[in-house]
Design a protein around this ligand. Structure first.
Ligand code: TYM
Length: 453
């Protein structure tokens, strides 16, 4: 199986997005992540403050961190402390619900566009894993093999790309499931599924109802779809949205689903008690357009659901600098979880954008800029020790620490992270994977079926 990307570079919906490609504006959506291009043609760093305004999300503040630490009794994750998870919608409400009922559902996902994930993809999963441990809550992970198939067909329509079939993406999904499980999720509290294998029953009925609530114009507005977009991709978003409803997964809460002829009568209708369990979605901000559509419709479902809460991260930048995200379609922009230690070393040394000065002399005199330095940026995601990170930034700014030294520290940290990951990945057999993918009652804290407050 190929371990490099099968999908290729964005945009997803070529013919419909061509105009936007020429624009110099910053563009962030599930299919495009690019900073503004200035008049000289340089890509600028993504402006996250502007995104907060444009998307209408809230910034994550010190107060949220304090409240989080009070509610959980634990120190916030480094990604939150450093505001790499920088914004949210109704994060406060999830904390309120947790205090009241002791539970909520976590939901996140991955679009399996290739057989190996890159370092950026691990960010929301590392964070989600820690939230799951802290809160002792159920987690569902959706693998959107259908989305990536439809997306690829949309791009290659008319190009006769051979050998692209749904099964290819199902294979990628299985490889990616193993990657995700190697990050160490609790088997008692985690359900992971691919759309091609799982969708049906209550999930599909939620999806149908949700599809009926979204017009073509609304989907086109959110994702840039046009007349030549395939209808599968247009409808797909409903599935990513209703995956946030606990009522899409009755089995996980010990209730019956409706699949096949011998269903019990009580499983025929959706289970109303599940509608009141709130959901929190951790992801990078590119996925927010889906969940904006979701939030506007949660309360319009037959069994209304509390508006889904979101906690949103920045993008782990491409090796080339802060104007784009690490992308699987450009192998030199990304470090893959399948890379060897020497590949990691070469990629950082060769491609990682430096915030250092032109000459050693200048660097010593004027100091470097860690804020745009890719090696430092990666350390801010993966180095646990706050003091060391601060010390690295300080010494870089003063000119004491050189680019080569910063890169060396980054290489050592990433090599350790990726090698440890690869060791754990070897232990995720098909059998282990299938256990996580079996619809079954999950074990978690709090009241599993809270009644409506
Ligand atoms: P996908 O496969 O594009 O991305 C998987 C997750 O990784 C985040 N992400 C990143 N985070 C930090 N730095 C990066 N460079 C980076 N690139 C990607 C994404 O935001 C996402 O959280 N349609 C989705 C799959 C999906 C999903 C979900 C994602 C289905 N349901 C619910 C999040 C939450 C997709 O293609 O993700």
């Amino acid at each position: 199986m190929a371990t490099t990307d099968a999908v290729g570079a964005p945009p997803a919906v070529k013919s419909d997005l061509e105009d936007k490609k020429a624009s110099a504006q910053q563009q962030i959506d599930p299919y495009n992540v690019a900073g503004e291009v200035d008049e000289q043609g340089n890509i600028k760093a993504i402006d996250y403050d502007r995104l907060i305004q444009e998307f209408g999300v809230q910034p994550l503040t010190e107060e949220h961190l304090r409240r989080f630490e009070t509610v959980t009794g634990k120190k916030a994750h480094r990604l939150m402390r450093r505001k790499l998870f920088f914004s949210h919608r109704d994060f406060d409400k999830i904390l309120d619900a947790y205090e009241q009922h002791g539970t909520f559902m976590l939901y996140t996902g991955r679009g399996p566009s290739s057989g190996s994930m890159h370092l950026g993809h691990t960010v929301p999963f590392l964070f989600t894993k820690e939230l799951q441990e802290m809160f002792d809550v159920p987690l569902v992970i959706m693998m959107t093999d259908d989305e990536k198939y439809l997306y690829t067909r949309n791009k290659t329509e008319g190009h006769q790309k051979a050998g692209v079939a749904p099964e290819d993406f199902l294979d990628f999904a299985h490889e990616n499931v193993k990657d995700i499980l190697a990050l160490g999720f609790d088997p008692m509290k985690t359900f992971i599924y691919t759309d091609y294998e799982y969708l049906g029953g209550h999930f599909y009925r939620n999806a149908s109802e949700f599809e009926s609530l979204v017009t073509f114009n609304q989907a086109a507005g959110a994702f840039g779809f046009g007349n030549s977009t395939n209808i599968g991709l247009i409808a797909y978003g409903a599935k990513q949205c209703v995956a946030a409803f606990p009522s899409s997964y009755p089995d996980l809460f010990g209730l019956k689903d409706y699949r096949g002829p011998d269903y019990p009568p009580e499983a025929k209708r959706r289970h109303k008690t599940l509608a009141s369990i709130p959901t929190l979605i951790p992801c990078a901000i590119d996925q927010e357009p889906y969940f904006r559509i979701l939030r506007d419709r949660c309360e319009r479902m037959t069994d209304p659901h509390p508006k889904t809460s979101l906690i949103l991260s920045k993008f782990l930048t491409a090796l080339q600098g802060p104007g784009g995200k690490m992308s699987a379609s450009d192998p030199n922009s990304a470090i893959f979880m399948s890379d060897t230690s020497s590949q990691i070393k070469n990629k950082i040394n060769k491609h990682a954008f430096s915030g250092g000065r032109e000459s050693l002399e200048e660097h010593r005199k004027l100091g470097g800029n860690p804020d745009v330095d890719v090696a430092f940026t990666y350390l801010s995601y993966f180095l646990e020790d706050d003091e060391e990170l601060e010390d690295l930034a300080k010494r870089y700014r003063s000119g004491e620490l050189l680019t080569g030294e910063m890169k060396q520290r980054c290489i050592a940290e990433l090599q350790k992270f990726v090698t440890d990951f690869q060791e754990r990945r070897k232990k995720v057999t098909d059998e282990v994977m299938r256990e996580y993918m079996r619809p079954r009652k999950l074990e978690f804290g709090g009241n599993p079926s809270p009644t409506k407050p």
